[in-house]
Design a protein around this ligand. Structure first.
Ligand code: ZN
Length: 157
């Protein structure tokens, strides 16, 4: 991709890794362009040996910086979740189960938003939630925290 999208995401990633997600600095996280057919804006593939790939959809090009920060923070929170599993295999099992169970997936997604807020990105997670609801009518909110829940978590600190 010759444009500035991947460097823009890499910049956000580096800022987050130097900020609230410093414990992930030991990960090798690559940023790559997503394939044409996908149903996400940003997704993380977590591999063994502390490697991960952030896949970026071209739709992210339109996202304001704050929204993009919220999105990258949410994906990094999934790596935090993976680290909560002591063994990579346990994470893989958890990951596969969440693909099979909408209820479990919803728990994981909501928990990822919470982690992002706990690590200091409440404002950005809120900006992301508002942006997706405003611009993407098809965006389903069942698997994310509601605006009210985000505000409650964000302002309680
Ligand atoms: Zn997620």
């Amino acid at each position: 991709m010759a444009d500035s999208l991947l460097p823009k995401v890499e910049l956000q990633l580096n800022i987050l890794l130097a900020g609230g997600f410093r414990d992930l600095a030991l990960y090798r996280i690559k940023v790559k362009k997503a394939g044409k057919k996908n149903d996400f804006f940003l997704a993380v593939q977590i591999k063994a040996n502390k490697e991960a790939v952030l896949l970026v959809d071209k739709a992210c090009r339109k996202f304001p910086d704050k929204v993009l920060t919220g999105l990258v923070a949410h994906e990094l929170a999934h790596i935090v979740q993976a680290r909560q599993c002591k063994f990579y295999l346990l994470w893989k099992i958890r990951d596969i189960l969440s693909l099979l169970s909408a209820k479990l997936e919803s728990l994981e997604e909501r928990d990822a938003d919470k982690i992002g807020i706990q690590r200091g990105y409440g404002e950005e997670i809120l900006a992301l939630a508002k942006y997706l609801r405003k611009h993407y009518k098809s965006y389903t909110t069942e698997e994310a925290l509601t605006i009210e829940e985000i505000k409650a978590l964000y302002y309680q600190k």
